[in-house]
Design a protein around this ligand. Structure first.
Ligand code: 5GP
Ligand code: ZN
Length: 134
């Protein structure tokens, strides 16, 4: 009885802390279960336009596999983490903002302002970025 109570409380806490992958909007976009303007896709990453663009170019690059945030990256994810950046650079060229410049942001956790807990890189450009950060 007591054991069942603690298992129940643990499950409730876990559900509050982590969005189940089946409910993750970016997993749904990767799996074509939710519409998005996808601009790039390969076996490792998917890139699509942010639904609320902060600048003329605002693209999100995400791993196809669910990873909560930078906090959950391991040494085995190093090539995947690098892929997110190189794809961001390639998309900047394709968007015509490589020369004028752009900002790459990965918000992490509450203080970082992360709102979607599926790791993503924001590629933002097409206008001068505001300063300071933070
Ligand atoms: P974060 O705040 O976690 O750094 O960034 C999440 C981003 O995802 C926000 O810029 C937000 O506008 C974007 N976003 C949230 N929901 C959706 C959605 O359903 N589709 C797309 N394309 N972007 C979304
Ligand atoms: Zn996900």
């Amino acid at each position: 009885m007591l054991k069942a109570f603690f298992i129940h409380q643990y499950a409730r806490l876990r559900a509050r802390l982590h969005t189940p992958m089946s409910e993750c909007i970016f997993c749904k976009i990767v799996n074509n279960e939710m519409p998005a303007t996808v601009v790039y896709r390969d076996e490792q990453v998917t890139a699509f336009r942010d639904i609320h663009p902060a600048a003329p170019t605002h693209i999100l690059i995400v791993p196809n596999r669910h990873i909560d945030s930078v906090n959950a990256l391991t040494a085995e994810d190093e090539s995947l983490a690098g892929r997110l950046l190189t794809v961001a650079g390639q998309l900047a060229v394709r968007e015509g903002i490589a020369e004028t410049g752009y900002r790459i942001v990965t918000n992490t956790g509450p203080h970082g302002g992360q709102t979607v807990f599926h790791l993503h890189v924001h590629l933002i450009g097409g206008q001068p970025m505001r300063h300071p950060m933070g």
